[in-house]
Every structure is written in structure tokens, then in C-alpha cells.
Design a binder for this molecule. Structure first.
Ligand code: HEM
Length: 207
């Protein structure tokens, strides 16, 4: 029942050596998704979502890599069960991830990442590179700050995974909450066949 899943269904990996190997995601991400759903909607709704997604695991080991399809299927099933667009859920999940990671043993990386949204976004690739010490199979996203005049940042986001731009919008909102500033994040140019990255516009203002 593909229609019950994330709009794109189970993403198939398409580049380079691992063409036939599914992409994997560290369990820390699924743990955070479960924590968000349980906190906001309760354990029984989580069980309903897990069952609709056809996911066997009820617990995820942070340091173990699981097929991406588990995460995508959970997001798709949550969208159905909660009758909420998947993009809205991903955005909320991005917000939540910064809080979750900020309370984890990796919080120090966020603390050291910079004092402004622009600084943190500029150092994100380096931060994920440092994380490969803990997560050796990490398939990290790539970010590029195209311009930053202190008020408006133009950011490119590239990934081997599909459809996660709303997650990134939420992540940046989560960073802003952490830094106690306000942001308005918009996807101005989605990736396409001719363009391998999403372009986001971020307007930053003080509270
Ligand atoms: C200490 C904080 C953070 C930790 C521990 C962390 C860790 C991770 C992990 C484990 C993954 C799963 C990737 C995989 O297993 O292959 C991931 C993915 C991702 N992270 Fe981070 N991350 C952090 C902060 C951030 C921040 C602040 C942003 C952006 C503002 C970000 C953007 C992303 C994105 C977009 C993905 C999805 C993967 C993709 O696009 O292909 N992360 N991160």
C-alpha cells in the first residue's frame, strides 16, 4: 500500500557504488521521531503509526543503522494517522531534532557550532564530519551558505535522500529557538532534474 507511505514511497538509492544497497539512517533519528510522536500524541498513537507503517521495531539503537525506508514509512504513516501533511510533520520533527540532539551527548557540538544562525549553518558540514567519528556510516547532507548579509541568508541543501527540505526548514527554526532569535524559513527553489540542491531563504530577526 504505497499510497499510505511517504509520497515518494521507499526511496531507492541511486548513486555510485551502493546503487543496490538501501541508504541507512542511524537509529538516533528513529528514536527522536518516536519520542516526538509519543510526547505529543501518546504511546497508543505511536503503536498505531508503527503498525500502519509495518515497522517491526518498537525500539531503536542510536548507533545502529536502519534502512531509510523505516523512517520514511513512519513519517508517511504518521501523516495518515494524524491526518496532517507529511511536510508539516517533517518541519515539526526538524524543530524537535534540535531539542533532542541538544539534550544528547552531542549537545557540545551544537554549543561549539557558533553564536548565530549563519555561523552554525556555515559550519554544519564540518559538524557532521566530526559526527562520523561516532557514526561511521553517516550519510550526511551538504550545506552551502550562498550569501549572508546578517539579516537574510541564502542556503543550499543537497542530499542523497529525497523530500527532506521541510525537515531542514524545521531544523533551522529549532536552531533559532535555541539561539533565542526569530527566523522565517522558506524553500524558494526546490531541487529538480537540472538542479541537485534545494535553495532556502532564511530571514533572521531578534525577538
Ligand atoms: C548535535 C547535533 C546533530 C546531530 C547529533 C546530528 C546527527 C545526524 C544523524 C545521526 C543523521 C542521520 C544521517 C544518517 O544516519 O545517515 C543526521 C541527518 C541529518 N542532519 Fe544532522 N545532526 C545534528 C544537527 C543538525 C543540524 C543543526 C542540521 C541542520 C540545520 C542537521 C541537518 C541534517 C539533515 C538535513 C539530515 C538528513 C540527512 C539527509 O539530508 O540526507 N543536523 N544528522
Amino acid at each position: 500500500m504505497l499510497s499510505a507511505r511517504f509520497p515518494l514511497g521507499t526511496p531507492k538509492h541511486t548513486n555510485s557504488v551502493q546503487a543496490n544497497t538501501p541508504i541507512k539512517m542511524y537509529g538516533m533519528v528513529n528514536r527522536a521521531l518516536k519520542a516526538l510522536l509519543c510526547e505529543q500524541f501518546g504511546e497508543s498513537t505511536w503503536q498505531q503509526i508503527r503498525s500502519k507503517a509495518g515497522v517491526q521495531e518498537d525500539d531503536f539503537a542510536s548507533m545502529k543503522a536502519y534502512d531509510d525506508s523505516i523512517t520514511y514509512d513512519l513519517a508517511g504513516a504518521a501523516s495518515e494517522v494524524l491526518d496532517t501533511p507529511v511536510d508539516d510533520l517533517l518541519r515539526a520533527f526538524g524543530n524537535y531534532w534540535v531539542k533532542f540532539a541538544g539534550e544528547s551527548s552531542y549537545a557540545i557540538l551544537l554549543d561549539q557550532a557558533g553564536d548565530t544562525v549563519g555561523e552554525i549553518l556555515t559550519g554544519l558540514d564540518e559538524m557532521h564530519t566530526r559526527l562520523t567519528l561516532a557514526f561511521p556510516e553517516l550519510r550526511a547532507p551538504a550545506f552551502q551558505v550562498v550569501s549572508d548579509d546578517g539579516k537574510r541568508i541564502m542556503l543550499r541543501y543537497a542530499s542523497s535522500r529525497p523530500a527532506l527540505a521541510p525537515f531542514v526548514c524545521g531544523l533551522i527554526e529549532g536552531l533559532a529557538t535555541r539561539l533565542e532569535v526569530e527566523v522565517h524559513v522558506e524553500l524558494v527553489e526546490p531541487k529538480s532534474e537540472t538542479n541537485s540542491s534545494d535553495l532556502l531563504s532564511i530571514t533572521v530577526s531578534a525577538h
